[in-house]
Ligand binder design. Structure first.
Ligand code: MG
Length: 393
């Protein structure tokens, strides 16, 4: 017999969002049950999660990872899927009600689509899939009746402000940005910032890729594009405010001049918990917001000289077509190269700029077309990285 718990599949369970999601499940065992866990290469942590949450199926990156996991699990019998097909299969297992999509990058796109096609609600943390395939995701979700509920804190804020309101009264939507670790460093020092410095985010504890994207503010650019599709808004209705305190996550301005804002402590478990419990609300995992203790909330515009990647993202949003796919692919390649200390912080924008400038835009509607542009752009970015390397040595 089916119990009335919500059955979850967590894609990216060993990442930052995955671990926070499991933390929420731990607090509300009476409401949530984990039926599937998908991870990449961290089989040590995955094995621990399997012991604790007893899923019926798991998925890992490759046969090799599957073998390693089997060794760790000993005699326990468990269905282990692997590779791209495995991620798609686990995202649509019949027992699941909701899939938490928290694999980083375009790698999360196919499993997200599989979940939606399978009629699952998706708690979406994987912003890149919305950036590259927003229209397609909307179409598939509409066809299957699945809901996409944002996990990203700013989008959760917008989602909450928009609830129960007619969108025709919305004038503008603002996402806030902390500004990351380089908000106030002298401009001339920016290009030479080290990996360690870029990884020191002042407000949020997050995965590596999104932490670097926050330092360049590409993260906020990707979030604008994500918001455009999540809420079906026009590009000119979307804006960003730098707000170093990270207390206000989003603001929605209505035609009559009223502005609603969503505020909460800076902890990803709050938006994750809301995505899981929506439309209900559960007790918070941490103390109430102490606004008197915060004392001041500042807001100012983004300086695009300081954050040129944000400027490129804003242009890609306005230009539409295949530009957001190129933007995202080039950025993924460049950030990976920076994480491997193959390029400098300042070269991330060079790679993305090069790819956007050397792209012939076209309209994209099907997955194959999107993935083709994604692949082309990665090739272009790799080629540019090779040229850079040639110049250094
Ligand atoms: Mg965010």
């Amino acid at each position: 017999m089916r119990n009335n718990k919500k059955h979850l599949v967590i894609l990216g369970s060993t990442g930052s969002i995955g671990q926070s999601t499991l933390d929420v499940v731990r607090r509300f065992r009476n409401r949530y049950e984990v039926v599937g866990l998908a991870a990449g290469r961290n089989s040590f942590l995955l094995a621990e999660q399997i012991d604790e949450f007893q899923p019926e199926v798991v998925a890992v990156e490759s046969e090799k990872q599957a073998g390693e996991l089997r060794r760790r699990l000993g005699r326990r019998r468990l269905k282990i899927l692997c590779g791209e097909a495995g991620y798609e299969e686990i995202a649509s297992v019949s027992r699941a009600d909701m899939v938490v999509s928290a694999i980083t990058g375009v790698a999360g796109l196919k499993p997200t689509l599989a979940a939606l096609k399978g009629g699952k609600d998706v708690a979406l943390a994987n912003k890149e899939s919305m950036v590259v395939a927003g229209a397609l995701i909307r179409k598939i979700a509409a066809r299957s009746g699945s809901r996409v509920i944002p996990v990203d804190s700013e989008h959760s804020g917008v989602f909450q402000c928009l609830r129960g309101r007619n969108k025709k009264f919305v004038k503008r939507v603002y996402l806030t940005a902390s500004g990351g670790p380089f908000l106030r460093v002298p401009l001339e020092e920016l290009a030479g910032k080290s990996l360690a410095e870029a990884l020191k985010h002042p407000r949020w504890k997050m995965g590596l890729k999104v932490t670097i994207d926050s330092a360049t503010m590409m993260n906020k650019g990707l979030e604008l594009i994500e918001a455009r599709w999540l809420f079906n808004l026009r590009p000119e209705q979307l804006g960003v405010l730098v707000h170093p305190q990270s207390i206000v996550h989003a603001l929605v301005e209505f035609l009559d001049g009223s502005v609603l804002a969503q505020l909460s402590p800076t902890d990803m478990r709050i938006p994750i918990q809301y995505a899981l419990s929506y439309p209900e609300r559960l007790e918070a995992p941490l103390p109430s917001l102490d606004l008197a203790g915060v004392r001041s909330l500042e807001f100012f515009p983004v300086d695009e000289r300081r954050f040129p990647l944000f400027g490129l993202a804003r242009k890609a949003l306005a230009a539409g077509l295949s530009f957001p796919v190129v933007l995202n692919a080039a950025n993924e390649v460049a950030v990976q190269a920076f994480l491997e200390e193959k390029i400098s912080f300042g070269q991330i924008v060079e790679v993305v700029n090069y790819c956007l400038n050397n792209h012939r835009p076209r309209a994209l509607s099907e997955l194959d077309e999107i993935l083709a542009v994604d692949g082309e752009s990665r090739g272009l970015a790799q080629q540019y990285l090779k040229e850079l390397k040639g110049k250094i040595t």
